[in-house]
Design a protein around this ligand. Structure first.
Ligand code: ZN
Length: 175
């Protein structure tokens, strides 16, 4: 099975705004299949296209019920608050307690172009919001308070993220 190389913090593609998907074709289906393989190989719960260098608005996830893809996803509704220790496949070795909405409803397309509405509570809601951020060039570091962010950037500078990208560091879930 082919997999993609996961882009690591510092790669400019992670900071760019991804573009709407306009063609739901065989090439997109192949991209999604390879993203699923990449996500499983990296033991991630979710993976957004920009994380494999593709500037398209789609992400995949699997929180234990099989692989799902959402194309051109957008938030319909969000409510509540939930604190969770987030990790990111593109920022290996680091994880942070981040508060975000608890219940999240998103709308998007499946690979056949059907509209799909999904509701995610707690972990699934967190996966949605984390992956949606990737589509806008936003990383979990941007969700930290300024002091924590400063410490995080220092930690990133002091370690070789590329070297530890393949290791399973800590027990946090990576998105
Ligand atoms: Zn991530």
């Amino acid at each position: 099975m082919t997999t993609y190389r996961i882009r690591i913090f510092g790669d400019p593609v992670l900071r760019q705004q991804a573009k709407e998907v306009t063609e739901l074709d065989g090439a997109l289906a192949r991209l999604v299949a390879t993203m699923h393989e990449t996500m499983y190989e990296a033991a991630g719960l979710g993976l957004a296209a920009p994380q494999v260098g593709v500037q398209k608005r789609l992400f995949t996830y699997d929180i234990g019920d099989g692989p799902v893809v959402m194309v051109n996803p957008q938030v319909v509704e969000e409510s509540g608050e939930w604190s969770y220790e987030e990790g990111c496949l593109s920022i290996p070795g680091l994880s942070f307690e981040i508060v975000r909405p608890k219940l999240v409803t998103i709308r998007g397309l499946d690979l056949d172009g059907n509209e799909v509405v999904l509701e995610g509570d707690e972990l699934l809601g967190r996966v949605f919001l984390h992956e949606l951020d990737h589509l806008d060039g936003t990383l979990m570091l941007d969700r930290l308070d300024p002091d924590t962010r400063k410490l995080a950037l220092k930690a990133i500078r002091e370690q070789d993220l590329r070297a530890i990208a393949g290791e399973r560091v800590g027990s946090q879930q990576r998105l």
